[in-house]
Write a protein that binds this ligand. Sequence first.
Ligand code: SF4
Length: 471
Amino acid sequence: MRGEVREARRPRKRGPAAGKLAEKAPAKVPEKAASAPGEARKKDGRLQSIFEVYAVGPGPSSTHSMGPERAAKLFLEALGEPPPTKVRVTLQGSLAATGRGHWTDKTLVRALAPVPAEIVVDLKTPDSKLPHPNTMVFQAFGAGGVPMPAYDWTVCSIGGGNLADAEGHPVALADPVYYPVHNISQAMDFCRANDLAFWQLVEQTEPDVWERLEGIWEVMRETIRRGLASTQIVLPGTLELARRAGIFHFRAQSLPKTRRDLALISAYALATAEENAAGARIVTAPSCGAAGVLPAVMYFYETDAGVARRRILEALATAGLFGASIRANATVSGAEAGCQAEVGSACSMAAAAVAQLNGASLLQVEYAAEMAMEHNLGLTCDPVEGYVQIPCIERNMNAALRAVEAANVALITDGRHMISFDDVIQVMASTGRDLQAAYRETAKGGLASLWRQQIAQRLGGPGPDGGRGKR
Ligand code: SF4
């Protein structure tokens, strides 16, 4: 594989969006709120297609591998023929801090091939100077290595594999689908007025929804089957973390019913999360890091509880609507708002889906989703060594189980509750803005920091905090 990675010698000045690339790049949707520098971007609250939440691509991270892969391909596409002699990509913010652990560098080199890629890691520019915590600057070079500055392109990976330019305008949304509602409260009003379930609102809005969801579900199922059958002993990376989905599945068979059900859901969540950590093809739901949660419970209901395929797809439609609302009104990016935005959102989506499968009313579905998010508020992102492994993999399992609990609790009630889903999503976004950068996918705080201190102690050094972590 051609390509090189080097540290930035000096911080790059942030360039404007895309020069000629802006003219040549695929369709953009212009009416989007610009982001506040260094903060979770403000949203215009327009619900877009659930297929912006369900994207298929390579793990381990929708922001760090899937988004950069898309950006690299768009960049080359926009440059056209002849191809550049080299592309330089400067990674900034969380992409710089955890890009190696999330394989951003390798993904970019692969996506740009056969054009040689130079990956620059800019650890010096603070988030406050960036348009987004996940920013990339693409630069092309022509014959003789001459820079082509007209093509410089600043692009941000905003979550779920989606991209925005430096002004916050979505990039490359072909034929965007917009819902007639802006949030879940409005969706409930719309559904009540028209005697619809949530999934029927999706059906009325999205063209070819069942065919497309069938394709998404097939990828989710295939990922779980692959993960359960994997013969890989440990995951790639320096942690050498053992894969456990297969053994969980095996041991589940001999457990009494209730424990078996929980163990099966756990095994399915591990299967996808481990496949994601191995860089395999997965579906974001709503991100790569949280991709194991929703498929685990849906797979259990179809495979072990015998629920018909059509009802599984309807549950995925409703889960997608809740994910689309989080994406429109808050964020699904760990770099913007911590893990509450990723695993918290996945837990909410799964809770809504499970509630619907069990005959919940609109209000009970909304309550299940709200409860699932409410009790994930403040969940930080602190991946050890920057790999989407610890705490991510177990956290998927935990969230899948929690989603079932939230749905069960909502179903015991009549659905009335004090905090709405829309409100809790706003709280998630504001909590995310309050989180220190160390807890937003930079691998600088929490478990990541503890791990580095422990490694340093074992090696006899003072550790990254100058020894304060020593006991
Ligand atoms: S801790 Fe959560 S948000 Fe962070 S990388 Fe892991 S799954 Fe993603």
